[in-house]
Ligand binder design. Structure first.
Ligand SMILES: Nc1ncnc2c1ncn2[C@@H]1O[C@H](COP(=O)(O)OP(=O)(O)OP(=O)(O)O)[C@@H](O)[C@H]1O
Length: 350
């Protein structure tokens, strides 16, 4: 069963369409990350699911219950979603205990005490119940915000850039902890971030948004290695593009020679296509009669990026520094450029 189904969801701010017939499905116990350029509608989508957004059309189901559709708009407090924001949103005048107990007012004091202790234990801050928010570090405040959301026993967690105020060391430790916590409690989560690295570390799948739509949803590995468009390819990492024509079912003809494919090419012979070549799918060899010239070498420790012009086209090649032996390439060196064997991704030539 799915925890969340979003079906043809559209949203307008005045005449400005921010969500455009968007579809999304989260399986039980699945964590999905929404990535996309600023302004593409990520926060609006979270707000719509939480019940905080007006002017919606389309359907939203949470655990098979329709919370939004024509004539249906279940209020936020009845949707059983936990919300966690970037700024923690703790009440500054309440201590940790009361911050968490705030949404538990229907319970008796002893029930509240039991639940608060339980969730504080989960986030490893059992001894902090009497502290006030200003007496906690950013990471601790965020864990309290998470404890408060957990105490509410939500069916779905919605997290809007929850880690962006934290320094990198605390951030990735917390990402790891919260992921384990959500998984241990079989909870699904939808998570907004600007950071691909956070998305990779936290989510099972990444949904890449553009102009109010999800353009591809898959594991981070698939989005990187098998993007369905140049937009996704470029968003996920550095890309080189090479014009090719289909020579036969198993090979392409290109400026870099004949490229043999592992899989059958579905396009007819002579179709012009554009191949995606990640920098690590290329290699260089110093060659005094090579057709390429090195323009720049950026040494980055474990690897280096080598910028090349080959037959008037620019390429970036990544060289791993496996044994501290990054090749001693110099600007101006003549080289030949080699395409390493891999599963090719080809797009229609624009
Ligand atoms: N209250 C509002 N009134 C009018 N337009 C709004 C309002 N809130 C957001 N928008 C517009 O809706 C679009 C989507 O905003 P949203 O905050 O969902 O984007 P986002 O992808 O979360 O952006 P960011 O990554 O910068 O946080 C933007 O163009 C924004 O300017």
């Amino acid at each position: 069963m799915s925890t969340l189904i979003v079906n043809k969801l559209s949203c307008f701010y005045q005449k400005n369409q921010v969500l455009n017939s968007l579809d999304l499905e989260l399986a039980n116990n699945e964590i999905v990350c929404l990535l996309g350029e600023s302004g593409c509608g990520k926060t609006t989508l979270l707000r719509a699911i939480a019940g905080l957004q007006l002017d919606l059309s389309g359907e939203i189901q949470i655990n098979a219950k329709t919370v939004n559709n024509t004539g249906i708009n279940i209020p936020p407090e009845e949707r059983k979603v936990g919300l966690i924001f970037q700024d923690y949103a703790l009440f500054p005048h309440l201590n940790v205990f009361d911050n968490i107990a705030f949404s538990l007012q229907k319970l008796s004091r002893s029930e509240q005490r039991k639940l608060v202790t339980e969730v504080l234990t989960l986030v490893r801050l059992k001894d902090y119940a009497d502290r006030f928010p200003h007496q906690l570090s950013g990471g601790q405040q965020q864990r309290i915000a998470i404890a408060r959301a957990l105490a509410y026993q939500p069916e779905l967690m919605l997290l809007d850039e929850p880690f962006s105020n934290l320094d990198p060391h605390v951030r990735f430790q917390l990402i790891d902890e919260i992921r384990q916590l959500l998984k241990a409690h079989s909870m699904s989560a939808l998570f907004v971030t600007h950071s691909k690295e956070e998305g990779f570390a936290f989510a099972d799948r990444i949904a890449l948004m553009r102009s109010g739509k999800i353009v591809q949803i898959d594991t981070a590995q698939m989005l990187y290695s098998h993007p369905n468009s140049r937009y996704v390819a470029d968003f996920m990492g550095l890309s080189n593009y090479l014009r090719v024509t289909v020579k036969d079912k198993y090979s392409y003809q290109s400026d870099l020679g004949l490229l043999n494919c592992n899989a059958i090419i579905e396009h007819p012979i002579n179709t012009p296509l554009t191949l995606l070549l990640r920098p690590e799918q290329l290699a260089v060899e110093v060659d005094p009669v090579g057709k390429g010239t090195i323009k720049k070498v950026d040494f980055l420790g474990a690897y280096q990026h080598v910028s090349i012009v080959y037959l008037s086209k620019h390429y970036i090649v990544k060289q791993s520094n496996h044994y501290g032996n990054c090749m001693q390439l110099k600007v101006g060196d003549k080289i030949s450029l080699i395409v390493l064997s891999h599963d090719f991704v080809a797009f229609q030539t624009e």
